[in-house]
Design a protein around this ligand. Sequence first.
Ligand code: ADP
Ligand code: MG
Length: 243
Amino acid sequence: MKNKKNSEIIISMRDVCKSFPLEMGGVQQVLFDITFEIHAGEFVAIMGPSGSGKSTCMNIIGALDTATSGTYELYGTDITNFSADELARVRNEHIGFVFQNFNLLSKRSVLDNVMLPLMYRGMHMDERVRRAREMLKRVGLERFESYLPTQLSGGMRQRVAIARALAGDPKMILADEPTGALDSKMGNEILKFFKQLNQDLGITIVMITHEFDIAKYAGRLIHIRDGRINYDGPVPRDERVLQ
Ligand code: ADP
Ligand code: MG
């Protein structure tokens, strides 16, 4: 990152803890005092083994769930105690989601899928179409707008999902194991594409992964183990640093 100090803070987590109630009574604490900031223009990988708390952390970052204690500010607003409706608005306004299994509507065209998040914006139909086409062009799929997602390869489907994520002009892209359902060739293409979006357009990307080889595409790595931050810094050359 060139100007990390001067760029705006997109995410600020302070002492975030998360516990889930257990059926038999009591609670299970999953996150412990998570503190970090992410600035505009960063490409951050959040990495950790299965069960370390990545999804729980991502749900809080993505305003899909709230912390049990601590504070979470998204783009300068403390959303720690937001209601479900307020969180939904924040998600739609600020975050573009990319999921492992694409989460596309299988019976709607590629263009419809990309236009979907714009529906809640009160944008005119022709403006939504224009914007969605522009995003499809950005991911190199402008010729496939009338296809159904099922007619495309996995890598192409994920590019549709990225176009959809970008359509709302979000403050960041939040990707959860975005290459988890792809073979390594298509996976690498998606990762290179993320890197390009980040470098050329300055789009902030937060990517959740359990694999070091995927995390390497990012500029910064936050490593979580047993619900605590174990490492936060530039991606190390050797995974053994994370032990
Ligand atoms: P990861 O994504 O790194 O695999 P998760 O965040 O999904 O890890 O889960 C971390 C821990 O939190 C696991 O032990 C899991 O069982 C527990 N956990 C996650 N969600 C819930 C929930 N809704 N209720 C109870 N326990 C949960
Ligand atoms: Mg997970």
